[in-house]
Design a binder for this molecule. Sequence first.
Ligand code: MN
Length: 441
Amino acid sequence: MIKRNETHDPSRNSWVRSANGDTPFPIQNLPFGVFQIKGDDSAPRCGVAIGREILDVSMASRALGLAGLAAQAAACMRSSTLNALAALGRPHWQALRLALSRALSQDTTLKRQQAIAKYLIPMSRVNMHLPVTIGDFTDFYTSSYHATNVGRLFRPDNPLMPNFKWIPVAYHGRSSSIVVSGTPIRRPNGQIKAPDAATPRFGPTQRLDYEVELGLIVGPGNTLGHPIQIKRAQDHVFGVVLLNDWSARDIQAWEYQPLGPFLAKNFATTISPWVVTMDALAPFHAPAWPRDAGDPQPLPYLNDPNDATHGHLDIQVNMSIRSAQMRQKKLPAQSLSLASYRTSYWTPAQLITHHTSGGCNLQTGDLIGTGTISGPQRGEEGALLEITQGGKQPVTLSSGETRTFVSDGDELILQGQCTREGAVSIGFGSATARITPASTK
Ligand code: MN
């Protein structure tokens, strides 16, 4: 368990004014990302978000007065990816976080504030890049509510497969098509067979969907053949991003048996640019979601008392939509769902441990998707497939349009936030993308 310290103190304010008050990036958050100043041809660098500014940490190292582990960590940020920082491990991350929190606190001297302020860049002046070079992407399936909602559409009598409560189920995804928030997503073409058709045809998906997820960014990896024990699993997680696992349901329905999803999910995955660290998330830990009476206990390798009492994360994720018509009519985005990851059946540590339990090696920068996050209540469904009951019950938008699945021109906006009594709320920013028409070639 990661302990709270002065960096989480709710009374700590920053001399960076925009970091105080209503912002996803107060001084208690300090997420890492990769930015490039617009119109600047120098390489992207790693920075830290504070209010509406980005601190260019490696350039500011001397002004910040960094030494020891914190200085070593900052030196890794003179890079176009966060991989080197992620590889260092928790002692380095915590030393840097503590030093940044103190230097950006209102208690720092005016002289030092002025020296550091030279390395602040307004977010409006930058483009954000993918935060890490992602070697491998694995996507889990951890929400029993999502699995049951979707399972019911296909198997009304037996919605949840018997392995779900024993194994954190997953598939190996594709890292080449993971893009950062803001990148347009082209509607995929694929092979589709209508239920009443004798043969499939090839064309644009008619059932383009999203999946509300979080992504764990792997910090230090493990050696091939040496599984990560559950007690140590959180030490291998650098931080968390928002993740939208775009899915073409008609392509998926035809191709998924017997080996699982392939082209239905490998055309694009959108993630948010800011990595919220596990250290920043310390105040938002939660117990494992209660298992139903009669459910099995996790097998010993997935069972740890500390993980059961506070290994989960209370991160609220919400998806909203803004169609082309809504933008024309200046209507705001409309919320489609709100749920917390804490309602998912498996904790982050259980995902990491299960993934490596046969000896598979995780590597720094790997991305581990949680699977679609759906809660137990109406309004908590993390995909249109669930909200519209497989396309049978359309959603009405504020423009008067209806949707069963995503249309060209729609913008889907995934956001995340942590809120708890006695802590300052922190946010994730967003993972946003607009859909463009399918290729006609
Ligand atoms: Mn998924």
